[in-house]
Design a protein around this ligand. Structure first.
Ligand code: BDP
Length: 645
């Protein structure tokens, strides 16, 4: 187990030679960065040495240059665990929580827990992740009770040697539930004192505690608005109590109300008026897209627009909307696309990455969050290929300029090549590495095509967010939780008009970007139906009608999964039987589901377009009646994922 302590006694590097480990500042080193040379690692901090040692090992194995200076893009590289205190995980597909289990009395800690947390911390340190929020954003106030804080301290003690800090999600009404106060009004002196005492108590036990993550006035969670106060009042109050201890508040911008207002516009409308009013130790945590972790979204207009407020991106590693632990979808490409999106807020090149890592706007703290996909499964993530997403998140959090291709290449080498020689062996490279990375690189686009191409979004059946449900619109469900609200399919066409003539969501972007999205001629086809409502006969770039193009995209997505199956089948000689079969059976299921998606969406949209399937688009094998009859909640044809193996 490589941890900071062990490095103190020296560390054996290449060919068993003792490495020179130097903790000394150098101008080229930033934060926990390091300088590698074949015989030495230099860092300004002990944890920097640890990261250097892991990078050294990685480079040795994948055969990369051992001369490098590497600095982190973000100071705080955090996992958000959506773990409930009863051990379940919101949107978790890899079994139960590694931190919590259903316990009637005070939560316990065993040696086995500590061992697992050490492995977890080590895996995180190996990719540079240095923080973990231990509980769900839909937070139980109980997390701040003495018993639970004792356990949080235990976790913090295990994670510390690996350079990781713990953070907690807090429930805004905690002073009422735990402290029995009559209010949680952030301006009430009693409430402020309650939080102060709580912060003192936490820092006494955990001196390097990272801070709070808050989901307030969102999806039924309590917040300052319950007392006619604002996000600024709430966030700054918590920031003030954490400030003397060096803690931060990550305040989420994921807010939208049950109204017929365009959901994509709401976070911007709610937060922009407060730009410049948050304390320096508040960071607004913004999901990459304006709605919710869809297979594809344009970037959130808040990036770069909040010029006087610290902002951090939130990615979702767990695949809530991308096939859970069943579909093979590599997210490196999605995050690279998000980070490289150009906001134009300070002219060309103002990418989301640069708007959040401190290089365009001064930020006292920089941070990035990924909603974890980790559980008690033997493979941690519920599927072999989902480990690649944990890995890719960590790598991008460390270096937001890396490419998805490079990360996939590294991961495949580190995960599947038996040794260094094999990684450099051309038979292995051509026979395994190339086809697998090609499949990973194509996988997200394939899913976009078979689920919701051309900018369509949120056409999932019910709250499970797995199967298709373009028709799903029960009267009792909030309209902005139903797919017809998003696709707006009708006799006149399909798509959400967010142009300047529609909801004008485009106007939340900087002018250059707003114009690009607003104009049909320049709007990237991948966002076409996100921003425009178009007739079925509209001619797209390929020269086809919109209807035909939609059909071909679904067909193409399905076809890609068939190819993934063929590719994987040909790789049997290179993989152990267990992993081979696990991936093979998941791909079979993915193909089945892609077929259901294609048939469900096309048959439903056809009831409006009234146009035939074009040549080359295979006829559906299911009927619309049958697909609509599947209970969207129990999802009998979409059984629960096999977490907890
Ligand atoms: C949505 C999830 C929900 C989360 C929410 C959030 O469906 O379970 O609680 O996001 O981010 O994607 O708070």
């Amino acid at each position: 187990m490589l941890a900071i302590e062990e490095l103190k006694d020296g560390w054996m590097g290449k060919a068993g030679a003792k490495m020179l480990l130097i903790v000394k500042f150098d101008q080229s080193i930033k934060g926990d960065g390091y300088i590698l040379k074949p015989q030495s690692i230099q860092a300004a901090t002990p944890v920097g040495l640890l990261y250097g040692a892991f990078d050294y090992l990685r480079r040795q194995k994948v055969g990369e240059d051992l001369h490098v200076t590497s600095n982190p893009s973000y100071q705080r590289r955090i996992l958000n665990h959506w773990d409930n205190l009863n051990g379940t995980i919101e949107r978790g597909y890899a079994g139960s929580s590694i931190f919590w289990r259903n316990e009637k009395q005070a939560p316990t800690v065993t040696e086995a827990d500590r061992k697992l947390w050490r492995e977890y911390a080590r895996a995180n340190a190996s990719v540079g992740i240095n923080g973990a929020v231990l509980n769900n954003v839909n937070a139980s106030p109980i997390i701040l009770s003495d018993d639970y804080l004792n356990k949080v301290k235990e976790v913090a003690d295990v994670l510390r040697p690996y350079g990781m800090r713990v953070y907690l999600s807090v429930n805004f009404a905690s002073p009422m539930v735990l402290g029995k106060l009559a209010t949680a009004d952030p301006l009430a002196p009693g409430v402020i004192n309650w939080w102060k005492d709580k912060a003192n108590e936490i820092y006494k036990a955990i001196p390097d505690f990272g801070g709070f993550l808050v989901k307030a006035n969102s999806e039924g969670q309590p917040g300052p608005q319950d007392y006619k106060r604002t996000h600024v009042d709430g966030a700054n109050m918590l920031a003030d109590v954490l400030q003397p201890h060096g803690g931060i508040v990550m305040w989420r911008a994921f807010v939208y109300s049950a109204s017929d207002k365009d959901r994509a516009k709401q976070a911007y409308e709610e937060f922009m008026p407060f730009d410049g009013r948050f304390r320096d130790n508040v960071i607004i945590q913004v999901k990459n897209g304006p709605i919710d972790f869809q297979p594809r979204e344009p970037f959130s207009p808040l990036f770069g627009a909040m010029k006087k407020t610290s902002v951090m991106p939130e990615f979702q590693i767990t695949k809530e909307y991308l096939g859970e632990n069943i579909h093979l979808v590599y997210l490196g490409t999605l995050w690279e696309e998000a980070l490289k999106s150009d906001t134009y807020q300070q002219g060309k090149g103002s990418t989301v990455a640069r708007c959040t890592d401190g290089s365009l706007y001064p930020q006292q703290y920089t941070a990035i969050a990924g909603v974890a996909n980790i559980g008690l499964d033997a493979n941690w993530c519920g599927s072999n290929f989902d480990q690649a997403n944990w890995y890719a998140y960590g790598r991008l959090a460390w270096d937001n300029q890396l490419t998805a291709t490079q990360i996939a290449d590294e991961w495949v080498k580190l995960t599947f090549s038996p040794d260094q020689t094999t990684a450099g062996d051309s038979k292995w490279q051509n026979g395994f590495l190339k086809p697998v990375t090609a499949m990973m690189m194509k996988s997200r686009e394939a899913m976009v095509n078979y689920e919701m191409p051309l900018g369509l979004h949120h056409i999932f059946a019910a709250d499970r967010h797995y199967g298709p449900g373009p028709w799903y619109a029960p009267k009792k469900v909030r309209v902005d939780w139903t797919p017809p609200y998003y696709h707006k399919a009708g006799a006149d066409g399909i798509g959400f008009d967010r142009t300047s003539k529609g909801t004008a969501a485009v106007n939340q972007y900087q002018q250059t970007v707003a114009d690009e999205f607003d104009n049909l001629k320049t709007c990237p086809e991948k966002y076409l139906l996100w921003f425009h409502h178009l007739p079925w006969t509209y001619q797209v770039a390929s020269g086809r009608t919109l209807w035909d193009e939609i059909c071909y995209r679904y067909q193409d997505g399905l076809q890609s999964v068939k190819e993934f199956q063929k590719t994987w089948d040909s790789l049997r000689p290179f993989v152990d039987e267990q992993r081979f079969e696990e991936v093979q059976s998941k791909l079979q299921r993915q193909y089945h589901d892609a077929q259901v998606y294609k048939d469900g969406c096309l048959l439903y949209f056809q009831t409006f377009s009234k146009m035939p399937f074009p040549p080359g688009c295979e006829k559906p094998i299911y009927t619309l009646d049958y697909l609509e009859s599947i209970d969207p909640f129990t999802m009998e044809k979409f059984p629960a994922s096999n977490g907890g193996q």
